[in-house]
Design a protein around this ligand. Structure first.
Ligand code: XMP
Length: 547
């Protein structure tokens, strides 16, 4: 099978590159940027020969001229394989070939125009026909690459450095509206570079550019499907787990439900123990729904632990978001240890989690381990999980997938559409949606308000258009009137976003009428809510959850 390798230098969007390529049906593997490129990596994925068709060098939060900037195995420049450098990846290639990279006086961030082939504005840019007629060794490949570009388009950039002197052989084929090299290609080697991020949905025509590289330049053929992924998981689980029991912690969200379904589908159902903790931080009627769903999927050992009091006790007095996350994470592990002991599973049991790639990236544990910490997701960092990981006894069958891929997988393995389409729900539950201290009273208020909101979105036909919607209880009370009486109610924020994967998000543009009606319904029904606001922040700069 044809394969594209993505070298991960730690950009928050590295996995998106790999994912976009898999979406095109081409197998891609993301590996740490400084991995030695052994024959094994270049020739096999453990299932017989793979043909590496090209290598992509990702972005990075670091600079090429500092010691933190990871260096690829210099063999990449002698393999004769097509290379595509993205942002840091381009700077890396230029720097490694003795070009110059220097800091910008002001970091460039967001949507920035790029022009290709504009002879008038840049003298050293040549057109497609020029390329075909030119006598560079690369002219055919250059033409195939440039076929993926519109003459001008809006790209998405995030960089603090730029190329200031191109290395020998590199030529500029595109320039940003701010005057920096945006598309750079080598005259005689199949080396291509972009200063912007084609993998980000905000980059106009980004997919076409990646396709031009993958199919046009690398000549890859599509042969990668989700069905094949299930087969790979089945084979790797059979090899790792054998007949040992597997314990999966179910949160009630799409990810852990699909992970559970995948385990039930690929292992013997008697091997699979599903543990669900009703932490008291769940959505309304969650426990009932989870039970019905999992039993329908064939779960034989479903352990439901009621531990609301313990969680609320651990959260008492805590206001700081990371402290709340840590308290929840630790208690999860404590209860898990206690309950596992109670189950009497042997030490050899494997611990499974529905961790997605986004969870790993945002915890600074991306594949290349170079990403900066944004938040500590409870399901990634904990001593017991780390200990199990060291023992090689953690199973994270979704850790290479993004949310929409998990949904596709869920459908393939027979999870109900209603469950598959459910909006994502964070592991720490309502605790990240109640700002400040979490109490039972606040959980109940938020649960009622959130259930009303979601029910209305479904009734009004918005739910499936929205990637994630939820209510947030703010630690503020505000004055209002109810009847003729002064009311001092809580302020509720509604959030609804569109997104492809949770990495970036836009605000859902509700018709005003619906927002007003939903607001009135909530303040009329949930008596403790005095005021409703709508969050109009995109990600970035905001995150999806408020915390
Ligand atoms: P943020 O708020 O980081 O959220 O923009 C991105 C996506 O991740 C979900 N989320 C979590 N999921 N454990 C999870 O399993 C967590 O600790 C966690 N925190 C945030 C969030 O709901 C959104 O879909």
């Amino acid at each position: 099978m044809d394969k594209i390798i993505v070298l991960d230098f730690g950009s928050q969007t590295t996995q998106l590159i790999g994912r976009r390529i898999r979406d095109m049906g081409v197998y891609s593997e993301v590996i740490p940027g400084d991995t030695p490129l052994t024959d094994e990596i270049l020739n096999s994925n453990g299932k017989g020969p793979d043909k590496v068709r090209g290598i992509i060098l990702s972005g990075s939060p670091e600079s090429v001229y500092t010691k933190e900037g990871a260096v690829p195995d210099q063999k990449i420049y002698t393999l004769g394989l097509p290379l595509l450098g993205i942002c840091y990846g381009l700077q890396r290639m230029n720097y490694d070939q003795s070009g110059k990279v220097e800091p910008l006086s002001k970091r460039e961030y967001g949507r920035i125009g790029v022009k290709i082939n504009s002879k008038n504005s840049i003298t050293n840019i040549i057109t497609n026909s020029d390329v075909k007629n030119s006598n560079t060794v690369n002219s055919d490949l250059v033409a195939r690459f440039l076929a993926g570009f519109a003459p001008s388009f809006t790209a998405w950039m995030s960089h603090g450095d730029t190329l200031t002197t191109l290395a020998d052989g590199f030529r500029e084929y595109g320039i940003s509206d701010t005057g920096y090299p945006a598309v750079v290609i080598h005259d005689t080697k199949p080396w291509f570079g972009l200063q912007f991020h084609p993998e980000v949905t905000h980059c106009e025509g980004g997919d076409e550019i990646l396709k031009a590289f993958v199919f046009g330049v690398c000549g890859a053929t599509a042969g990668w499907t989700m069905e094949q992924y299930v087969e790979e998981v089945r084979a790797s689980l059979a090899k790792r787990v054998g007949n040992n029991p597997v314990l999966l912690l179910i949160s009630g969200g799409v990810d852990s439900t699909v992970a559970g379904a995948l385990l039930l589908k690929t292992l013997k159902s008697d091997q699979v123990h599903l543990m669900y903790m009703d932490t008291g931080l769940m959505r309304k009627d969650e426990t009932k729904t989870v039970k019905t769903t999992l039993e329908k999927l064939g779960a034989r050992h479903l352990h439901i632990i009621y531990c609301e009091e313990e969680f609320l006790g651990a959260l008492k007095g805590l206001e700081e978001p990371e402290a709340k996350r840590r308290a929840i994470g630790d208690l999860f592990i404590t209860i898990q240890e206690r309950e596992v002991a109670r189950l009497g599973l042997p030490d050899s049991y494997f611990l499974a989690q529905g961790t997605l790639y986004t969870d790993l990236i945002e915890s600074g544990k991306g594949v290349g381990k170079k990403a900066h910490l944004i938040k500590s997701h409870h399901n990634v960092g904990s001593p017991l999980v780390d200990a199990k990981r060291k023992l090689g006894r953690i199973i994270e069958p979704l850790d290479k997938l993004y949310k929409d891929e998990v949904r596709r997988l869920g459908r393939i393995i027979g999870v109900d559409e209603e469950v598959v389409c459910r909006h994502p729900f964070p592991g720490p539950g309502l605790a990240v949606r109640i700002l400040g201290e979490v109490t039972k009273e606040k959980c109940d208020i938020l649960r009622d308000a959130d259930a009303l909101y979601i029910e209305e979105l479904k009734r009004r036909g918005f739910y499936d258009e929205i990637w994630q919607a939820f209510a947030v209880l703010l630690p503020i009370r505000s004055v209002g009137v109810a009847g003729d009486v002064r009311k001092y109610g809580w302020v509720l924020a509604l959030r609804a976003i569109t997104s492809a994967d949770g990495m970036t998000a836009d605000v859902y543009p509700f018709p005003t009428k619906d927002l007003l009606e939903i607001s009135t319904l909530i303040t009329n029904t949930v008596k403790d809510i005095g005021r409703v606001t709508y969050d109009i922040s995109s990600k970035p700069p905001a995150t999806i959850e408020w915390e």
